[in-house]
Design a protein around this ligand. Structure first.
Ligand code: NAD
Ligand code: IPM
Ligand code: MN
Length: 363
């Protein structure tokens, strides 16, 4: 198979982990006889420094011409004071919007080998298998106006939460479709006791549910959901929610697996290309130290193989290699038990590659 992959490493640990995903995909290509070509584009802070904008047209063009996109992470303290419209994060948001990547799939699962990496008890997290479907191109993130204003002589500010019915409908429908192939349960999360947008969201969820009699729908308020997610995470199968709630709950959900450094994601549109990125950020506190966990990014590449290219066996093999490395006790510091030995980003990547190519025993 011949595929062209756009790689946007971005800032901070984005660069370190994107390198890992590319190496793993190269190993997959080598083992299974696929031709993957990689074309690099700039995004985020690095792009602001070079072009004065967080998302140059060339990068958008490159993405549109590619079969799939891998993204590391954007942002960092260097650009925290730049004007709102040229912040690194704006580049990522614009890319999601330009490519119409309306649904962000964030799977969270239990790894037996990481049971001790989570601060939660094993009985709580055992067998967790949850898929958060986050709306990605609407809501507070994109509503206009979003600006400082003067009101009655006072400094004030406005952010706007705007959704069209069709935007809610398509992502909720996708969640139901995905639930059909899983445990047939959808939990729709909202704040319908306060927000009109949530009341509309809830109505639409009920409407969609009528077309899926085999899938059970329940609703939960977001504050309760944040609590349930750590109290009783096994009750969730597919979770569907609007943009900002999904952002917050998915970082929380990473604690069920053990670390933010473990959670991959896929962002889907109607027609592709799709984008794959870890859910974590550029981690300025550990950037440049060869400490980041590359597995969220590597698992995102596995999602790419499965979802964009239909390469199920190849995706399974990457996931199997990750599991084998974890089972062998190889850990970056975020998943190492306190005080126990840990390895570097590059060594972790090498280990996964070695298992994948089957040519070196795990140390
Ligand atoms: P973060 O996700 O970058 O880091 C949060 C914490 O998790 C940090 O302690 C970090 O060291 C740790 N962490 C994250 N990924 C890790 C990994 N792979 N391995 C080990 N530890 C990991 O969130 P933050 O610190 O709130 O944000 C930093 C910057 O990243 C901000 O500029 C933010 O806007 C940006 N950000 C970008 C994305 C993205 O590009 N998709 C996502 C989230 C945050
Ligand atoms: C994420 C990030 C982004 C978001 C930021 C960087 C815009 O937190 O991908 O989860 O909030 O969507
Ligand atoms: Mn986030």
């Amino acid at each position: 198979m011949n595929k062209r992959i756009a790689v946007l490493p971005g800032d901070g640990i984005g660069k370190e982990v994107a390198k890992g995903a590319v190496e793993i995909l190269q190993a997959v290509g080598e083992r299974f006889g696929h031709q993957f070509s990689f074309a690099y584009g700039k995004i985020g802070g690095e792009s602001i420094d070079e072009f004065g904008t967080p998302l140059p047209d060339e990068t958008i063009q490159l993405c549109k011409e590619s079969d799939a996109i891998l993204l590391g992470a954007v942002g960092g303290p260097k650009w925290d004071q730049t004007p709102a419209h040229i912040r690194p994060e704006k580049g990522l948001l614009k890319l999601r919007k330009d490519l119409n990547l309306y649904a962000n799939l964030r799977p969270t699962m239990y790894y037996e080998s990481l049971a001790d990496s989570s601060p939660l008890r094993k009985e709580v997290i055992q067998e967790v298998d949850m898929l958060i479907v986050r709306e990605l191109t609407g809501g507070l993130y994109f509503g206009k106006p979003s600006e400082r204003v003067q009101h009655n002589g006072e400094d004030a500010v406005v952010d706007t939460l705007y959704y069209e019915k069709a935007e809610m409908y398509r992502v909720i429908k996708l969640a139901f479709e995905l639930a059909r192939d899983r445990n047939k349960r959808v939990t729709s999360i909202d704040k319908a006791n306060v927000l009109e947008s949530s009341r509309m969201w809830r109505e639409i969820a009920e409407e969609v549910a009528k077309d899926f009699p085999d899938v059970k729908l329940d609703h939960m308020l977001v504050d309760n959901a944040a609590m349930q997610m750590v109290m009783n995470p096994k009750r969730f199968d597919v979770v569907v929610t609007e943009n900002m709630f999904g952002d917050i709950l998915s970082d929380e959900a990473s604690v069920l697996t053990g670390s933010l450094g473990m959670l991959p994601s896929a962002s889907l549109s109607e027609n592709g290309p799709f984008l794959y990125e870890p859910i974590h950020g550029s981690a300025p506190d550990i950037a440049g130290k060869n400490m980041a966990n590359p597995l969220a990014m590597i698992l995102s590449a596995a999602m790419m193989l499965r979802v964009s290219f239909g390469l199920e066996e190849e995706a399974n093999e990457v996931e199997r290699a990750v599991n084998q490395v974890l089972d062998a006790g190889i850990r970056t510091s975020d998943i190492a038990s306190f005080g126990s030995p840990h390895t570097s980003t590059s060594k972790m990547i090498d280990e996964v590659k070695a298992v994948l190519l089957d040519n070196e025993a795990i140390m």
